[in-house]
Ligand binder design. Sequence first.
Ligand SMILES: [Fe+2]
Length: 263
Amino acid sequence: MMTLKFVVLSDLHVMPEGELSVTLDTGARLEQAVEAVIARYDQVDFCVLAGDLADLGQPEAYRRLQAIIARLPIPVHITLGNHDDRAAFLEIFGNGFVAETGKIDKVIDIKGYRIILLDSSEAGRVDGVLTEAQISWLHARLAEAMHRPVIVILHHNANALHIESDNIRILEPDAFIDALKTHPDIRQVIAGHVHLTSTATWRGLNFTTLSGNHYSCSVDQPHIPMRRLTGPGQLAFVIADHDSTTVLFDDYIDGNEEIFLED
Ligand SMILES: [Fe+2]
């Protein structure tokens, strides 16, 4: 089996040119991410954007995103997060991104692996939702790939991280987990959303989150209000072979200064 390599970028939170998000120029940060991918990951098979692409779902931000990622020399696969606006995204990127579920889901079959992207965004909600249509689609896509290793990527974490933002993860994950448990070789479930690096096992599955491109969240007990830090800007580098899957984290922007907001 050939070695599969790909990178995951998440929580881009791009704003229109000249506008900041939580004091940060997220578009300029994304340009640094693209520079890092070009400099260090030109041999990878593809790149995934794991949602929260545009901070406020603005068409102008999607247009800026499209211009920035056009420089990537590898295929880019996309799904959405709670900050995204599906209609605005499709207006800029085109309806080819819509799966039969009506959402921005996708299967990538490559080098004997199956990668499944799931769109956990739901209009009007910040927590994650996988619809009944998506769950049956997932069952079918897994059933087709019983003899291939599978890696699942979606915006929201399904597992609790025991932090303040646990109330906006996928709050009803049972059908999702039950679907994954029908497959014998789910290598990883990778998410963004929490702006924090984590790994976990839950119900026999491996879960990973990456910090992404925006501010990162401090690790605190749930009763302590979250602090926002300026960095890192972080991508995940995934390497899979016949019997292992490794996730490395590359901080293309360093920095851990706290951001103070006036209220
Ligand atoms: Fe985010």
